[in-house]
Design a protein around this ligand. Structure first.
Ligand code: ITT
Length: 196
């Protein structure tokens, strides 16, 4: 099994990713102690690289490859907010969702479109970028929370073509349509064709 460090503190992300990657012979593991990235980039890709580099810099176990996921929700009616600030839009998930629903209270049905974006960056221990991929999942923001799966904004994100929120999909269904699942599939294909 090829082990790659996933530069994250988000246990949901690593679980979603390993569900897909382990059957491909690739397991993502958490960074060593001291992982404390500064996410002050102006794009998802810059933040993703910053996280991957922070994981490489605190590596003590001799692992060679580091991948990060920077992702977020961009709502058209809010000019792309919360976007890069999705994790910091309010102090906890429930408050983030309530703030979002409140910000959209005057939005008409056709003005609730949104997309999740995920940027994956894979680097080696020197910080050189080996590959990067992006995934997008389009949908709209519902009026109430539905479903118990996933994490973050999933209970209010209705996936295009599904008539269900992301939180109503099981993990395999989510991975098939999600921003993360799409970016990950491209990354896994690249890794399988590489010499890693
Ligand atoms: P790490 O930086 O440690 O990886 P994080 O949760 O802070 O974890 P991000 O900086 O990438 O991750 O912020 C992403 C935020 O966007 C996340 O906290 C959620 O609020 C939201 N988000 C990203 N992917 C999501 C998904 O699949 N479902 C629901 N919300 C998601």
């Amino acid at each position: 099994m090829l082990k790659i460090v996933l530069a994250t503190s988000n246990e949901h992300k690593i679980r979603e990713i390993n569900t897909v990657s382990i059957p491909f012979g690739i397991e993502f593991v958490l960074p060593d102690e001291g992982f404390n990235p500064i996410e002050d980039g102006s794009t998802f890709e810059e933040n993703s690289y910053a996280k991957a580099l922070a994981a490489a810099q605190c590596e003590k176990s001799g692992r060679n490859y580091f991948m990060a996921d920077d992702s977020g929700l961009c709502v058209d009616f809010l000019n792309g907010a919360p976007g890069l600030k999705s994790a910091r839009y309010a102090p906890c998930t429930q408050e983030r969702i309530e703030k979002l629903l409140c910000a959209l209270k005057d939005a008409r049905e056709n003005e609730r479109s949104a997309r999740f974006i995920c940027s994956l960056v894979l680097i080696d221990k020197t910080g050189s970028i080996l590959n990067k991929t992006t995934g997008i999942c389009k949908g709209k923001i519902g009026h109430t929370q539905c479903g118990k799966g996933g994490f973050g904004y999933d209970p209010v994100f209705i996936v295009d073509g599904k008539n269900k929120t992301m939180a109503e999909l099981d993990e395999n269904e989510k991975n098939l349509v999600s921003h993360r699942g799409r970016a990950l599939m491209d990354m896994l294909m690249w890794i399988k064709c590489s010499d890693l």
